[in-house]
Design a protein around this ligand. Sequence first.
Ligand code: BGC
Length: 870
Amino acid sequence: MLVPTTPPTPDSADMATSLDVDAVLAQLTLDEKISLLSGIDFWHTAAIPRLGVPTIRLSDGPNGVRGTRFFDSVPSSCLPCGTALGATFDTDLLRDVGHLLADEARAKGAHAVLGPTINIQRLPLGGRGFESFSEDPTLAGLLAASYCQGLADKGIASVPKHFVCNDMEHERMAVDVQVTARAMHEIYLKPFQIALAEAPVPAVMTAYNKVNGVHASESPYLLQKVLRGDWGFDGMVVSDWFGTYSTAAAANTGLDLEMPGPARFRGINLLHAVNANAVSKKAVDDRVRNVLKFVSKAMGAGIREHAPETLLNRPEDQQLLRRAAADAIVLLKNEQSVLPFSPVKSTVVIGPTARIATYCGGGSASLNPYEAVTPWQGIEALVQAQGPLEFAQGVYGHQMLPLLGKSLKTVKDGKTGFELRVYNEHPTGPAPQGETDVRTLVESRHVVDSNMFFIDYSHPNLAKNGVWYADVEGTFVPEISGTYDLGLAVQGTAWLYVDGQLLVANAGPNQKPGTSFLGSGTVEETGSMYMEAGRQYNILVQWGCSKTSQLKVANMIDFGHGGMRIGGCRRLEVEEGIAQAVAAAKAADQVVVCVGLGSEWETEGEDRVTMALPPNTDKLVAAILAAAPNKTAVVVQSGTPVDLPWVEQCPALLQAWYGGNATGHAIADVIFGAVNPAGKLPLSYPRRLQDLPSHINYRAEAGRCLYGEDVYVGYRYLDRAGVEPLFAFGHGLSYTSFELGQLSIDATSNNVSVTLDVANTGSVSGSCTVQLYVAPPAWEPRAVPALPQRPTQELRAFAKVHNLAAGAKATVTLTLDAVRDTSYWDETDDAWCSRAGVYGIRVGQSSRDAKAVEGTLTVEKTTYWKGLKP
Ligand code: BGC
């Protein structure tokens, strides 16, 4: 694939930078208007050339800019996942991140980034929990605002998503989320409210699910009352992809743009509805005006229509990616200062995620990064022959077999990867030796990634009936003799041959639905054979697109063409692998154990069923901790909390998330002390799943999911119920220590300043995040009228002191809005209410900081308010 490295300079001289929206609207025909209300393909809006309306490109988001292709996409910067960015508690960093995303968007010819994702992790099991920032709406909202502002600074549109309550994957299009108005406003809408209040946000994406009986994309409550009414939002409302479910209701309610195209519910259906007066011409004009306003703003970016996609990968971007990934790492435990390790001592790196770059969660957030550094590579680069370095696998941690692509070579010229050949005719098995395939080749490509999702693939010569086939061919030379497992997961049908012999078939009436391809594909079918080291094996996969499969997955989106995923590796006996790792751990001075989940365990389309790490991982970690108790650091890579049954025995523990391109470098930087960790948990780490009330109401049951915990999400419940978390919201250690001075609270105006000193009392420089929690006045059980109970404390502000030298002191000021930050949603009055009373102010280094410094804030009069801000 040849990709230009420099973005084309926008030829702004001949490009208009905005539209006269009303003038354009007045000249559009009804057909033209309707054409503007749905996409033309997966990623583009419709153009009206005669009136100078260009096509606009939208691209996923949120942790990078993938461009216009899932399959064989142009590489890009992959940022740390949402929860990782959440752990930085750093609005300045998020603005820098927005700037990088804007530059990547420009390089990919995209006017808008589909992000940030600001749904709420009610429970750690959500398949997309990794994508959102936090369980706390204020943290999520303020980080989102900085992200959106960063994009806006450079002329690129943000599209916060998914509005609202798309907090799990199970039956995500069908589930009816039943939630009180209070929880909706205080928890789920609030991140959107803050982002819209604090940053220019030109569009919002609706959620797939229903909220209180109505799909979000056609909900009068959400779109008309809250978004347009209370909040006065005048931007564009775009559906999630295939998340439009009606013609008239969605158009009348206020869903401006149906995506992707071509139209399913609009186009001729909308024309018919207008002709039948089921949708008024005024409603059409309102929708078109919003789309045109969005197009007009997007034109300001000066990006050409259908611009080619290019590479960026500048040194300063690589530095930012590494800084962001390292700043996100949370040091959960560090007994007897086991960490940082020394680069001159002997180190062994062990574990299933040590040599795999666990850089991103799965689904539409995933992208093809410029590089993806494994922890092993990061440590190797940092230690660089200063001290002996060993590796031991221990056990595997994959759900499906590791991708085979990088281990293959092309038959013709021995390049890493394989050849993909596309045909319109179906295969008849491998061509006999010496004979070539008689089918007409549509195209042939060199590909490396053997997880191929053809969702947005197109070729002018593909058969018009949409039925097509592809062969994958490469050679495989094992390094070690042994039994090898090879596997195929498909949306479609496929057969895998080794040297012409069928080894795996995933086709026919018995295909089983699985988690592949956003939940629309099959489970992985596997086969195994003995392979000899050094011998070359021919691997051929013959695949048919989704239309060749009889599998129909209930409640799933039909992603068109489908996909195939080819995996394989040498089989490892668990006991043998653990014994080898234990021996290596005993022999080394320092032990790093890398474990975690990854893009198959945490993915769009599928929630996890337990918090457990992959099978055998706990067995490995327990064995290493028993054998090397005082010299082991465990690195967990996951987007959301996992069970840690060996935590009491573990002296040093890091939560390293999915760190994007630089994930392995960042882990090495923290382990060896090049970076002093400063990340703070943006999610509570429960001791067990059952400690969070949402575990009772998690999946869709009889079509609905009751948000029974109400506003008591995460720490709001744990605090209220007095349940001890394993690690509290906001927790995170450092290689130094900080002390907080007394609070000075200036409440002479509504903008309250809370000032304090932060002192570095340790021996190395480090960064400290101070967190301000507001506690409501004591609740009176017999008060008349009865007042609602409230969470015992809620995060309302935070600030980060960067690189404070050992022994140094800094003064920090946190600001509060006295009305906004004391308010709850009053369901009786359908408004926010700041009730007169004395509120507690606690500033600490976590939500459970025993040394938090305290003060009070007196609110003199009760205020009701609506809108984005008081
Ligand atoms: C996801 C969105 C994403 C869209 C386009 C949907 O499945 O829910 O977040 O932006 O696909 O990839």
